[in-house]
Design a protein around this ligand. Sequence first.
Ligand code: SAH
Ligand code: SF4
Length: 424
Amino acid sequence: MNVHESEKIAGGLANLGFQPVDSREDADIIVFNTCCIRDSAEKKIHGHIGELKNYKKNNSDLIVAIVGCMTQQSGATESLKEKYPFIDIILGTANVHLIADKISEIINAQSSKRLKIYENVSPTLALHETQPPLRNSYPNAWINIMYGCDNHCTYCIVPYVRGGERSRDPDSILNEASALLADGYKEITLLGQNVNSYSHSGWNFARLLSTIAELPYKFRLRFMTSHPKDFSSEIIDVIFAKHNICKCIHLPVQAGSNSILKAMNRRYTRESYFDTIQKIRSRLVSCAITTDIMVGFPGETDDDFNDTLDLVQRVRFSNAFTFVYSPRKGTPAAQMVQLPASLKRERIMKLIEVQNQIVKEISDSYLGNTYEVLVDGVSGEILTGKTETGRVVNFIGAKELLGEFVNVHIDKCKASALGGHIDC
Ligand code: SAH
Ligand code: SF4
């Protein structure tokens, strides 16, 4: 989601006549689009901002902007201003689309003293649709179908920094998708914190998905993120009915223990999660299912953690993003008694070990078969692409195949990617 938001920021700067450069040394404007979902992301961004002090010393015209979710936390703007007085612009998640206007204001300011702009508005105010993105992920194009979240999982800062759920008008989504496909994009990924609860003027997610899938082009359709409590049979039916909706579903489970799921306010149980997986697999036989899982949530006992391992072994996720829980200020879980870091580390290592073995076994099952791959990267004579199930495949081919669908026979299987050759 942040990647696409950065494309929108780049779009605003391109409108002003600026172009992307490869290194910070060559930049006239540096914008950090921040994330504060986890402590690790926040720490990383502080390191990057700190480094800019020297860049500013060498180039006093350099404009530094810090935008996005981190600036939206209570007290964050004040503390950023104090810690890094060289920052020129701070904008929150709801007014980040004004970045180009703010940069113009600074450039055009008559005063000999550099104008500073620190503005933060309520995260529920904007839909960000006004920003034409400078897309950087051909042949895939991201489309936001909604913003914010109403779920209030007890560990999560998103509803506080991005506001409540707002769905976009289906007409504007369809127009955006049609224009992208007419421009030659071959894959559309619909984005939202919980796409399953999309709702606008009588349209639900199943209807939106089905209508986009019917656009008259050859393309793949993906979506993320789904919430297990809202993943309906109707959505499974639509995926089954439309050959171009990828049989690849990201369904974050977070934990395998009912008491932890309850404490997280996820509003499903391990049994209902298994039930959803069973429904998906009985209808969409070769469907890949991926997930997000957290360890070390407050109160997680050995038994709770073993329930998570057990769930992972039973479901056999094609891929899992694994996280160590980190308390986020202002969320209910941050007030609970925290587990020691050493225990969290031990658990994440164990979880990764179990999941890696599953990924290896699933990858091995691709060997000797041929898959349709959409080519999305070129490096010399090596092409990279993805199967419908989201597996990365490397193979030799002509660079003109970027954005094309090709059949690739898989003959190698490494930890990070499959290898193969074009099957004529
Ligand atoms: N809307 C999506 C998730 C968005 S955040 C959903 O409901 O699944 C992406 C992932 O970050 C989450 O799935 C969760 O696994 C992780 N995450 C969120 N808050 C976290 C925290 N405080 N500590 C560690 N991981 C967290
Ligand atoms: Fe955060 Fe939960 Fe909303 Fe996902 S569904 S963004 S985890 S509050």
